[in-house]
Design a protein around this ligand. Structure first.
Ligand SMILES: *Cc1c(COP(=O)(O)O)cnc(C)c1O
Length: 418
């Protein structure tokens, strides 16, 4: 049974009133949020009524260090007190150091360069402009792929419901099914003369945590080399230690021409980045060809530097692997779970029945935040600092939920779960 004991009726009022204010003041693009949150610490957040939740969503793979990590807070506070924003007519030490650090972590060859933006979408916009600079038109992207909601990034995003109301988007984007090597070969052959780039997420996030196979990524690398096109890896969600490597492509021993980052990079502070590998890509966008007011802001750069430093100092890559493996092992042993996809702390839990929305709703009522990206998948993308003991509290709850709701499959199929 769902434990509602810590959710007092009187307390619900403050959150409910705040959500009404939200709905009256904020555009309805996100629907009505689940709760109003007021505070976070480590792996936990609290709502306006004082209820605590184990956060296994991490602000959608953003809060890499959990909430309020002292080193991250200190870095932001001291940078804010020293120098925050300057405009790109001026350089700052944090932005230079962050670019150097990213190039180093990515083992980027000489000539590689970084462009800073403020979000994943914007990093991908810069990548699209690089594809355009090749002088060729066609971009191959993947069915199920998600790259952002601006009209450019949306053109690479597959989901029809996101695209249709805003057509026409930039043309010449060809979608192929992920992990279908023959389809990729055929599309490349058909568009060989005009192929500017192949854009993929190493593990598709919004699609429900769908990993690309090693062979598929290697093929994308081979074909782009052969046709002098860019391999653009959108590591906005997979990057920054999420998968147990600094960047997911490192698990496959390949190097892209372009990698985009955002989500976890700032540990909760908005920042995006594009890494262009080698002197060709590194020099593609020249003076005046791209820009942003906030991109590379010293405050954002300091937050990102602190995030990278803590990941290294606390050996969070080892934690990601250990806690990820533990989650996988216990989840795979559960009735109701048919498979666990993904790497590290980016896991898609494939359910035996399309009941993810119902489980996510029961979970939040019981004090656990999980995300249902598709009807039969729960996505776990928590802080990289999550402990095994914290993970166990959720796993034990989930096990109990499956036991208590053995008929959930049937009720979900006629209960209208989206
Ligand atoms: C979230 C996401 C984006 C968009 O990033 P924003 O910061 O929301 O603009 C792009 N690509 C992938 C793979 C993402 O997960």
């Amino acid at each position: 049974m769902t434990d509602l004991s810590n959710h007092g009726e009187a307390g619900l009022e403050k959150g409910a009133v705040d959500l009404q204010r939200y709905s009256h003041a904020i555009m309805g693009t996100f629907g009505v949020p689940m709760r109003v949150l007021t505070r976070g610490e480590g792996s936990y957040v609290w709502d306006a009524d004082g209820n605590r939740y184990l956060d296994l969503l991490g602000g959608i793979a953003v809060n890499a260090l959990g909430h309020g990590h002292p080193a991250w807070v200190e870095a932001i506070a001291s940078q804010a007190a020293t120098l925050s924003h300057t405009s790109n007519f001026f350089a700052t030490e944090p932005q230079i150091a962050l670019a150097e650090r990213l190039l180093d972590l990515a083992h980027a060859p000489s000539g590689s360069r970084v462009f800073f933006a403020n979000s994943g979408t914007e990093a991908n916009e810069a990548a699209i402009k690089m594809a355009r600079k090749t002088g060729k038109g066609t971009i191959i992207a993947l069915e199920g792929g998600f790259h952002g909601r601006s009209t450019g990034a949306l053109a690479l995003t597959h989901k029809e419901a996101y695209r249709a109301p805003f057509a026409p988007l930039i043309g010449d984007v060809v979608f192929v099914p992920p992990n279908d090597e023959e389809a990729l070969r055929a599309a490349v052959t058909e568009h060989a003369a005009d192929l500017s780039a192949i854009v993929v997420e190493p593990i598709q996030g919004e699609a429900g945590v769908i990993p690309l196979s090693h062979a598929y990524l290697a093929l994308a690398r081979t074909l782009t080399r052969r046709h002098d096109a860019l391999l653009i890896l959108d590591e906005v969600q997979t990057g920054v230690a999420r998968t147990g490597a600094w960047f997911a492509h490192q698990l496959h021993g390949i190097q892209p021409d372009v990698m985009t980052l955002a989500k976890g990079l700032g540990g909760g502070f908005p920042i995006g980045a594009l890494v262009a590998f080698g002197d060709g890509p590194g020099a593609m966008l020249g003076k005046g060809e791209h820009g942003t007011t906030f991109g590379g802001n010293a405050l954002a750069a300091a937050a990102a530097l602190a995030t990278l430093r803590v990941i290294e100092d606390e050996d969070l890559i080892a934690n990601v692997k250990a806690v990820g493996a533990h989650l996988r092992e216990r989840l795979e042993a559960m009735d109701g779970v048919v498979e666990v996809r993904g790497e590290g702390l980016m896991l898609g839990v494939g359910l035996a029945a399309p009941q993810s929305a119902e489980i996510a709703q029961a979970a939040v009522a019981a004090g656990f935040i999980v995300n249902p990206p598709s009807p039969d998948t729960l996505r776990l993308i928590p802080a990289l600092t999550l402990t095994t003991a914290e993970a166990d509290t959720f796993l034990t709850w989930l096990e109990g939920h499956f036991e208590a709701h053995p008929l959930a499959a049937e009720s979900a199929s006629d209960g209208g779960t989206p």
